[in-house]
Design a protein around this ligand. Structure first.
Ligand code: ZN
Length: 133
């Protein structure tokens, strides 16, 4: 099974920016709401007049969970990973992986985080976040 994100017409700008080390989101020109994930129309006012905007990549942890079990039996040894929702300063949320400051440290809701880009190869780069110390 392929665990990589699928690029569509609505998401290709997002993935291309991630490959360049930039986090982008859409902004509605009609109601000015930030829109994320990428989509063809604003979910708040239904306008299709959306523009791409670059995020500064800073935010805080909104929610999280720690995964202790690997997805595949072959992923051993497995270090627990933190998955969560980050609230970006521009007003949108992302489901993402959050890197604690150290393997044995605990993350907390409200901690400040910053985006980093994980190049998985084959043209796929995932925006992830790390806790600022
Ligand atoms: Zn709108």
């Amino acid at each position: 099974m392929e665990n990589r994100p699928r690029t569509t017409r609505d998401t290709e700008t997002y993935w291309a920016a991630a490959r360049d080390g930039r986090l982008v989101f859409q902004k509605c020109r009609c109601c000015e709401a930030p829109v994320f994930h990428p989509r063809p129309a604003c979910p708040y006012c239904l306008s299709d007049d959306l523009e791409w905007t670059q995020s500064q990549g800073n935010g805080s942890i909104y929610s999280f969970t720690t995964q202790y079990i690997p997805l595949r039996q072959t992923d051993t040894p497995f270090n627990p990973i933190v998955l969560g929702i980050v609230s970006l300063d521009e007003g949108f949320h992302m489901f993402t992986e959050i890197k604690p400051p150290a393997l044995d440290s605990v993350v907390e809701i409200g901690q400040r985080v910053r985006v980093w880009f994980d190049d998985l190869g084959n043209g796929v780069t995932l925006p992830k976040f790390k806790v600022l110390s």
